[in-house]
Design a protein around this ligand. Structure first.
Ligand SMILES: N[C@@H](CCC(=O)N[C@@H](CS)C(=O)NCC(=O)O)C(=O)O
Length: 217
């Protein structure tokens, strides 16, 4: 059986977990903290990684592509090549221009540390710009973000929206997604039955992670 390794507080981990649940592919989970990752499984020491019967795969987006090819049921990519490209475009945009920028704020927003005003200002400028371009790439009046069916872009959105919304609210006093109709989208797509378990696992693991980080200071 597939084994998803990593920790459930991780956005990248949950993006893959949602895809597995949506596709109804059987898998088990193994808790592996950052810092305890076998580099034979994930060469850069990052989670998630997936253990398959042929060996390990790292990088969440690569894992998603593997799942789609290996388990085509309940497809999370549209059939049309242009639409497939648009799904990938949104995922990449989320990751490079939103998630990775917001991550510079995590030490203060999530882990009780401090981030400089310079870092906050720089991130805010980048995020403001990214949100404008992001809003042009997606649709909120359709059931799903990019296509008529649930796609990888939705797996990504279900993890990025809440976390980055909270982080920016903590740092700037406003959720950077506040002007977009995210709540309606989350009420529609985020109410999938498995999401309550994904969220409960995430919250429980986040508490452990915060305790570990504070304990190591
Ligand atoms: N590009 C990677 C990013 C994964 C990543 O950054 N994971 C974090 C946890 S959320 C991690 O493993 N951090 C530990 C480290 O960088 O050493 C992916 O999409 O899988």
């Amino acid at each position: 059986m597939l084994k998803l390794c990593g920790f459930a507080a991780s956005n990248y981990y949950n993006k893959v977990k949602i895809a597995l649940l949506e596709k109804e592919v059987a898998f088990e989970e193994e808790l592996v903290w950052a810092g305890a990752i076998d580099k034979n499984f994930s060469p850069l020491g990052k989670v998630p990684y997936l253990i398959t019967n042929q060996g390990p795969i790292s990088e969440s987006n690569v894992i998603l592509e593997y799942l789609e090819e290996q388990y085509p049921q309940q497809s999370l990519l549209p059939t049309d090549p242009y639409e497939r490209a648009k799904v990938r475009e949104v995922i990449l945009h989320f990751e490079l221009y939103i998630e990775l920028v917001a991550r510079t704020l995590f030490p203060e927003a999530l882990f009780g540390g401090k981030v400089s005003d310079e870092t906050k200002d720089k991130a805010k400028k980048q995020l403001d710009r990214s949100i404008i371009s992001f809003s042009k790439m997606v649709q909120f009046d359709q059931p799903y973000l990019v296509s008529q069916q649930m796609s990888f872009a939705d797996c990504a959105a279900l993890v990025h929206f809440p976390l980055i919304g909270n982080v920016t609210k903590t740092i700037y006093g406003e959720d950077i997604f506040a002007d977009l109709p995210i709540q309606k989208y989350m009420n529609r797509v985020g109410k999938r039955p498995y999401m309550s378990k994904v969220n409960a696992d995430r919250k429980a693991n986040a508490e452990l992670l915060i305790a570990r980080i504070k304990g190591s200071r």
